[in-house]
Design a protein around this ligand. Structure first.
Ligand code: GLU
Length: 340
């Protein structure tokens, strides 16, 4: 008599991937009220939707990184009641994942070395208003662009290291931002062959952020809408690196906080650092209360001190104003007012 086979068990269904978001400050300065609002919105969405939150320090922009800023930002975020789990990723501590991604693109003929300086490129292209990066048109590609390269060989044989650029395919990238709505952005037309790796032997923001969002399993990206254009570049890079479209993160780009002159919040608008108010004994509830008025949680002119938990309970993306918010001198006075 044959032993009966064990009752068949259905194959285990893989658990759904844990939804995950990241707080990704650049330690180029202290957290101001505008950054704080974006991080608070990120925190509120994560807390109310059950996403895990991780902290990533984006410190690759070395000339602009300020010593001690990363620790100070983390302390400010904690003081505001924001939390994260797991180890903190500090990008500068290990460049090998970014190097591997560059090597993959170079071997596929999708990245090429380029010795042209910013000035050479600016001289050859029409200036575009509001562009941070000088657009790099295909006409400036060196003859070798598109051929496979081994970036390790190049790096060791040149005394004057080049930038590495992405061979950006033409055409629009279509995606739907969960706050800003459907978008169609053509990176080839706006920035052209953007930089992946700099002469200083460092990955660019675009390359590093794409590699990290993928290897850290980030499913939701909440950030300022000054990075909407970058989302298209990042989606292009994701395809070039072979990341499955099903793993593309959901983008939630939120409007920025501006000064009364309509420009993004900066030193010229006075000291808007959260630490400035903290040092003047402003309690966190007052900061959160102002950010609540900036986020549609309370009417714009009815600032009320609020706990972080209450902000989380009352915030929703539908309430968030569609346009930028203006930080006014009255807001500053309200924060510094003696009684709540
Ligand atoms: N580190 C960037 C910043 O502070 C954010 C980048 C991102 O969220 O993708 O502006």
């Amino acid at each position: 008599v044959q032993p009966r086979p064990p009752p068949s068990t259905p194959p285990p269904t893989p658990p759904p991937p844990q939804a995950r978001t990241r707080l990704a400050p650049s330690p180029t300065g202290a957290l101001h009220l505008g950054n704080a609002r974006t991080f608070l919105i990120n925190h509120a969405l994560a807390a109310s939707s059950g996403w895990e939150t991780i902290l990533r320090i984006e410190d690759l922009d070395t000339p602009r990184v300020k010593p001690g800023a990363a620790a100070e930002i983390a302390a400010t975020l904690r003081w505001l009641g924001l939390a994260w789990t797991g180890p903190v990723l500090v990008q500068s501590e290990d460049l090998s994942p970014y190097r591997a991604a560059l090597a993959q693109l170079a071997r596929a003929g999708l990245a090429y070395p380029c010795a042209l300086s910013r000035g050479d490129i600016a001289a050859a292209s029409a200036p575009q208003a509001g562009d941070h990066e000088t657009p790099f048109p295909p006409s400036l590609r060196p003859p070798g662009a598109g051929q496979p390269y081994d970036p390790t060989e190049i790096a060791t044989t040149t005394s004057d290291p080049p930038n590495w650029r992405f061979l950006c395919p033409p055409g629009p990238v279509e995606f739907t931002d969960a706050f800003a709505g459907p978008r169609s952005i053509d990176p080839a037309a706006t920035v052209g062959d953007f930089v992946l790796w700099t002469k200083r032997d460092q990955p660019s923001y675009q390359l590093a952020v794409v590699v990290d969002d993928q290897r850290q399993g980030v499913t939701h990206i909440v950030r300022g809408d000054d990075l909407l254009d970058s989302a298209a570049r990042q989606l292009r890079l994701r395809r070039a690196l072979g990341y499955p479209p099903a793993t593309d993160p959901t983008f939630i780009h939120v409007p920025l906080v501006l000064g009364v002159d309509g420009r993004r919040l900066a030193k010229r608008h006075g000291d808007t650092r959260v630490e400035h108010y903290r040092s003047r004994a402003v309690p966190p509830e007052r900061i959160i209360g102002l950010l609540a008025a900036f986020s549609g949680v309370t009417p714009r002119d009815q600032r009320t001190p609020m706990s972080t938990d209450e902000f989380v309970a009352r915030f929703s993306l539908d309430k968030l104003p569609k346009g930028p918010i203006t930080f006014t001198p009255e807001d500053d006075r309200w924060l510094l007012a003696a009684e709540c």
